[in-house]
Design a protein around this ligand. Structure first.
Ligand code: 13P
Ligand code: SF4
Length: 313
């Protein structure tokens, strides 16, 4: 089937089955186009929490679908490819977090949403890149914090709030490999273009950035600056689709990654996010499978820190 026929068939199935299709900004453009709702991690969780659809199809990575299932335990939550994981979430296993927690008994565990349900079940409060600053600032000043698993986001939040935190040493393989040399060269070639970076980028990239924020915050900045002719973008390139739609005349220049030996792909796309295709989305809706299941006891515990985050957002 062609993409447009597939898209029509997907929309028909969604209507028939009272399903809502949610997509992250890093999804393939054709998947974003067929979705009812596109958002960053926070918006997807907020949207899942309030949907009245019978089925949620989460076009994103596994932790996003798990979060939707934890928020909507009675709904069917589907993900078009269960192999769509996240290198950052994988860097923090529940048993390792439990050991870290035991070594720091009086600490509050602040976990990035990019974690498994098992890790969230051990967490005091979940954050996303949209609300981490606000949530960490809301904690009592004398409350010691363990922050994980993203070391770049953790360091950025610590710098912005002036709070000392013990930080896990995980990182996203896409955001941590942007080339500093290439960004410096791009800034020389395009001196008036603002640099927009996601806080998962390493320190040297964030130092060169004019705007640091979640996927949604970077998109909002573009929408608020419709007369800016060029932007340099240091995040996954999927978001360029919505940026280009918002400002069709503007030139969006993605920062390339370092050429690292052994890495097959030298682009700045998240291969996990790109696992979701229109074909897989169609089959997933048609067969109502694969379904995301979170064991009840884990879901009940993981809901507490997710709900705390939503209440503070
Ligand atoms: P956002 O919170 O900006 O959606 O980021 C999610 C993510 O996976 C970034 O790599
Ligand atoms: Fe995970 Fe990075 Fe992909 Fe986001 S871009 S889903 S943090 S691997």
């Amino acid at each position: 089937m062609t993409n447009s026929k597939l898209a029509n068939a997907i929309r028909q199935l969604a209507k028939q089955k009272r399903a809502v299709i949610m997509a992250h900004y890093y999804q393939r453009p054709e998947v974003q186009e067929v979705a009812d709702f596109i958002g960053d991690s926070l918006a997807l969780a907020q949207q899942a929490a309030k949907t009245d659809a019978d089925i949620i199809v989460l076009c994103g990575v596994h932790f996003m679908a798990q979060t939707a299932k934890i928020l909507c335990p009675t709904k069917k939550v589907l993900i078009p490819d269960t192999a769509a994981g996240c290198s950052l979430a994988d860097s923090c296993k529940a048993e390792d977090l439990r050991a870290w927690k035991n070594e720091h008994p009086n600490h509050t565990i602040v976990s990035y949403v990019n974690t498994s349900a098992d890790v969230k079940a051990l967490t005091d409060i979940v954050v996303t890149s949209s609300n981490a600053l606000k949530i960490v600032q809301s904690l009592p000043a004398d409350q010691p914090i363990l922050f994980g698993p993203d070391q770049n986001l953790g360091r950025y939040i610590s710098q912005m709030t002036g709070r000392e935190m013990a930080i896990w040493n995980g990182a996203c393989h896409v955001h941590s490999r942007f080339s500093v040399e290439a960004l410096i060269a791009l800034k020389h070639q395009h001196p008036d273009a603002p640099v927009l970076a996601h806080p998962e980028c390493k320190q040297a990239i964030l130092t060169l950035a004019n705007v640091i924020g979640s996927t949604q915050a970077l998109l909002n900045y573009v929408k608020q600056h419709p007369d800016t002719p060029e932007f340099i973008i240091a995040t996954e390139t999927g978001v360029l689709h919505e940026m280009q739609k918002a400002c069709p005349e503007a030139n969006f220049i993605p920062v390339p990654p370092e050429m690292t030996e052994g890495l097959g792909c030298a682009c700045n796309e998240c291969e996990y996010m790109r696992m979701v295709t229109l074909d897989k989305l169609y089959n997933c809706l048609r067969n109502e499978s694969p379904e995301v299941i979170v064991p009840d006891s884990v879901a009940r515990q993981a809901l507490v820190p997710i709900q705390r985050m939503l209440d503070l957002s």
